[in-house]
Write a protein that binds this ligand. Structure first.
Ligand code: BES
Ligand code: ZN
Ligand code: ZN
Length: 503
C-alpha cells in the first residue's frame, strides 16, 4: 500500500472510493460532505437517516455515486464522540476503511485527513498504522492467495489535507507510521509461523539477519555449551526435553554518535518457540496456541528491526533465551532442582511454569553482564493474567514507579492496553522453596501473575525493572479491532518504540 498526502478538493479526486470520517451526533453535513450531498441530490442525508448511521466509532455506510462524483463509492466511517476522539479512534477508523477497501478490492482510495485537534504528525502516524496493520495477512501457507494479491495493483491511499495543516508534518507522520507498522508486522509474522519452522535456530537466524542488515546492531549468540559455562542451568533445564538446540541471543544497538555517554536499556523477551508444558503436559486445547510463547522475543526482534529508523538515542540490548518446552526422556522433571546463573536454586514443581525459568537466567545475565540502567521484559508468562484482565490487556508489574508510568504513557499513545498489578511483597514467602531458594510455582493457588512477577524480581537486583505479561494480547483468538486480526498481534512493539523514542 502507498500512502500519500495531497492538498485540494477531495470532490475533484478521481478514485474508486472516497472516505469521510463522521463524528457521532453530527446533525447536518458541512464542508466537503455537504458539497458531496448536494452533488448527489441529498442522497447522503436521506441514506444516513434511513440507515440510522450515527457516526458511532466503527459504524460504516456505503453509497454508490453513479457518476455524479469522480469516485465510484463513498464510505462514511464513524469516528465516535468528538470529545473522546483520540489517536486510537483514528487508528481504528483507518483500519475499518482499509478493510472495506480490501473487500471491494479498490486500488485507489482518497480520504479526508481529519486530525480534529490532534497533532497532525501523530494523527498521520495513527492513520498509517491503522491502515497498514489492517492490511496485514499471514499467507505463508496460502501461496495461491498470496500470489493473487501480489499480482494486484497495490492500493494507493491519498490523504487529502486541509489548507491549514503542513504537508511536511503529515509526511513525517506517515513515514514513522510505516516504520511502526513494519516492526509490528515483523513480530506478527514471527508469532504466526508454526513452531515446526519457528525453532530456536530460526529465531537465531532472524536475529542474525537483523544484525547483518544494520551496522549499529551486533549479535552475540551463546549455544548450549556456552550457556552451561555461564551457569544458565534454569534455562538449559527447560530446553533439555526438546531435540531443538537452544540459543541465547544478545543483540546490542549503539547509536551513531560516538564519544557520548548513553543510557543503557535492556529489553528481554520470552522466547519459548513452543510450550507443550513439558512433562506437566498441557491439554490439547491449551496447547494449540502455544506457538505464541515466543511473542515477547518476536516483539524484541520487531523493535530491533527498526531501532536505527527511529534514531533511538540509547544503548539498547535485546535478550532472548530461545528454546522449546517438550516432554521426553531427557526432559526436566517436576521435583528437580536447578541453579540459575546468579546462584539461586529453584525447585521445579511444574514444568509448565517454564517461562520464569528461562527469564531467570536471561535477567541474571542482563543484570550481571550488561548492568543496564533499566530492564523491561515482555513475556507470555501466565494464563492467570487472562483471568485477571481478559484477553486484550497486558499486565505491567514494576519495582519503579517512574518507569511504570513511562511505559503506561507510551502504551496509551500506541493504543495498546496495559494495566498495572502490584509486586506485593506480602506474597513473597509463597515462592520460597522447601529445599531450594525458590519454587517455580507458588505454594498458594491464586495470583500467579503476581507470583511470577515476584519470582522474576529475584533476578534483577536493584536495577529499575518492568515486566509486561502479554499473555492475552500477544495472540488474538478473535479479530480484536479493525486493525488487529486473529493471530499474532505484535503487541508491545509500538509501546516499546514510543518509550525508546522518547529516551
Ligand atoms: N506460556 C504459558 C502461559 C500462557 C498461557 C501463554 C496462555 C499464552 C496463553 C506459561 O508458560 C504457562 O504455561 N503458565 C502456567 C503456569 C502455571 C503452571 C503456574 C499457566 O499459566 O497455566
Ligand atoms: Zn508453560
Ligand atoms: Zn510458556
Amino acid at each position: 500500500m502507498n500512502i500519500i498526502v495531497t492538498k485540494g478538493d477531495i470532490l475533484k479526486e478521481k478514485a474508486e472510493l472516497a472516505v469521510f470520517g463522521v463524528f457521532s451526533g453530527t446533525q447536518t453535513f458541512s464542508g466537503e460532505l455537504k458539497a458531496a450531498d448536494k452533488a448527489l441530490g441529498g442522497l447522503l442525508t436521506v441514506m444516513t437517516a434511513e440507515e440510522q448511521f450515527g457516526g458511532k466509532l466503527g459504524d460504516q455506510l456505503v453509497l454508490h455515486t453513479h457518476g455524479k462524483l469522480p469516485f465510484n463509492r463513498i464510505l462514511l466511517v464513524g469516528l465516535g464522540d468528538k470529545k473522546t476522539f483520540n489517536l486510537e479512534a483514528l487508528r481504528r477508523a483507518a483500519g475499518a476503511m482499509v478493510r472495506y477497501a480490501g473487500k471491494i478490492e479498490a486500488t485507489s482510495v482518497v480520504c479526508i485527513f481529519a486530525n480534529a485537534g490532534l497533532d497532525p504528525a501523530e494523527a498521520a502516524q495513527a492513520v498509517t498504522e491503522g491502515a497498514l496493520l489492517a492490511d496485514y495477512k499471514y499467507l505463508t501457507f496460502k501461496p495461491k492467495e498470496a500470489a493473487r494479491l501480489n499480482k494486484r495493483k497495490p492500493m494507493t491511499l491519498t490523504l487529502v489535507a486541509p489548507e491549514a495543516v503542513s504537508v511536511r508534518s503529515i509526511e513525517k507522520g506517515i513515514a514513522l507510521g510505516e516504520v511502526y507498522a513494519r516492526a509490528t508486522v515483523y513480530a506478527r509474522d514471527l508469532v504466526n509461523e508454526p513452531a515446526r519452522g519457528m525453532t530456536p535456530t530460526h529465531l537465531k537466524e532472524h536475529a542474525e539477519r537483523i544484525a547483518t542488515n544494520d551496522k549499529n546492531i551486533k549479535l552475540k549468540v551463546l549455544d548450549a555449551a556456552a550457556c552451561a559455562k555461564l551457569g544458565m542451568d534454569a534455562f538449559l533445564a527447560v530446553a533439555k526435553g526438546s531435540d531443538e538446540p537452544p540459543y541465547f541471543l544478545h543483540l546490542t544497538y549503539k547509536p551513531d554518535r560516538a564519544n557520548k555517554t548513553y543510557r543503557k536499556i535492556a529489553i528481554v523477551g520470552k522466547g519459548l518457540t513452543y510450550d507443550s508444558g513439558g512433562l506437566s503436559l498441557k491439554p490439547t486445547r491449551e496447547m494449540v496456541t502455544m506457538k505464541c510463547d515466543m511473542a515477547g522475543a518476536a516483539s524484541v526482534l520487531g523493535v530491533f528491526s527498526v531501532l536505527s529508523d527511529i534514531g533511538a538515542d540509547a544503548e539498547i540490548h535485546g535478550l532472548i533465551a530461545a528454546c522449546e518446552n517438550m516432554p521426553s526422556g531427557k526432559a526436566v522433571r517436576p521435583g528437580d532442582i536447578v541453579t540459575a546463573m546468579n546462584g539461586k536454586s529453584i525447585e521445579i514443581l511444574n514444568t509448565d511454569a517454564e517461562g520464569r525459568l528461562t527469564l531467570a537466567d536471561a535477567l541474571a545475565y542482563t543484570t550481571t553482564k550488561i548492568k543496564p540502567d533499566t530492564i523491561v521484559d515482555l513475556a507470555t508468562l501466565t494464563g492467570s493474567c487472562m483471568y485477571a484482565l481478559g484477553s486484550d490487556i497486558a499486565a505491567i508489574l514494576s519495582d519503579n514507579k517512574k518507569l511504570a508510568d513511562y511505559i503506561k504513557e507510551a502504551a496509551a499513545r500506541s493504543g495498546e492496553e496495559v494495566c498495572e498489578l502490584p509486586l506485593y511483597a506480602g506474597y513473597a514467602p509463597f515462592i520460597i522453596g522447601d529445599h531450594a531458594d525458590l519454587r517455580n510455582v507458588a505454594s498458594i493457588r491464586y495470583g500467579d501473575t503476581l507470583m511470577a512477577g515476584l519470582f522474576l524480581k529475584e533476578f534483577t537486583d536493584d536495577i529499575p525493572w518492568a515486566h509486561l505479561d502479554i499473555c492475552g494480547p500477544a495472540f488474538a483468538e478473535r479479530d480484536v479491532n479493525p486493525y488487529t486480526n486473529k493471530g499474532g498481534t505484535g503487541f508491545g512493539v509500538r509501546t516499546m518504540l514510543n518509550w525508546l523514542k522518547g529516551i
